[in-house]
Design a binder for this molecule. Structure first.
Ligand SMILES: *Cc1c(COP(=O)(O)O)cnc(C)c1O
Length: 222
């Protein structure tokens, strides 16, 4: 396991290789509060969590003002808590979920930036919308007052060689550009979240503006 100083140096090194328009998000599942602090010291300001509960338990120990993103499937019964915790939800995958987030935001008196998750591999068992279904969801969500769609997120299918992800990233970027060109009210296509430790370079070549990195920043998960 990498220790504090190693993580700081390692993350600084990786961050220095990213183009200036690309945001580094630490995918922080299973990492300790100390490892998160090391990432903050290295300059990371976005932390992605797959579970509401895990984000909550780490966040209570972090005093620094960083951004917390939900990057896992958001269960409907966790929406209230998610709205209290996160600065962005990257995994909107149905109109129903967008409406629930909007409603909780109204109650909390806040607004939420959100990405639509794309199932770019069109896999039956994966979450996210098929590319053809994105436009109608974004159009409907644009009418909601307290949630604002600010881009797209994708994982892509599991592949042997990360190079095989390129067509899925490329298609997601195409959907992104298509939605951006619609100029819908209350929709701001700013963020394209794609690429993980083994694929982020390819994702950046295909237009990613947020890369979600775990293993390469912190070492293997135990
Ligand atoms: C874990 C995770 C990542 C990062 O994966 P690594 O291979 O460890 O870089 C990115 N995105 C999501 C949604 C994840 O769950």
């Amino acid at each position: 396991m990498m220790e504090y100083k190693q993580i700081v140096d390692n993350i600084k090194m990786i961050a220095s290789t990213l183009p200036p328009n690309v945001l580094l998000e630490a995918a922080a599942k299973t990492r300790s509060v100390d490892q998160v602090r090391a990432a903050i010291e290295a300059g990371v300001s976005i932390f992605g969590y797959n579970y509401v509960q895990e984000a909550e338990s780490v966040k209570t120990h972090i005093e620094t003002n960083v951004h917390w993103h939900m990057i896992g499937h958001l269960q409907k019964n966790k929406v209230k808590k998610a709205v209290q915790l996160f600065d962005m939800i990257e995994t909107i995958d149905s109109l129903k979920l967008a409406q629930l987030v909007d409603r909780e935001c109204v109650k909390e008196g806040r607004s939420m930036d959100a990405l639509v998750e794309i199932n770019s591999g069109r896999e039956a068992k994966k979450t996210g919308l098929f590319p053809d279904d994105v436009e109608s969801l974004v159009r409907a969500a644009s009418n909601l007052s307290n949630i604002r769609i600010t881009g797209l997120m994708t994982m892509g299918p599991w592949v042997e060689n990360p190079e095989e992800l390129r067509p899925y990233f490329r298609e997601t970027k195409k959907v992104f550009d298509h939605i951006a060109a619609l100029n819908l009210p209350n929709v701001l296509m700013t963020h394209l979240s794609m690429g993980m430790s083994d694929s982020y370079r390819i994702a950046i070549e295909e237009g990613a503006t947020i890369v979600r990195l775990g293993t390469i920043l912190f070492g293997p998960r135990s």
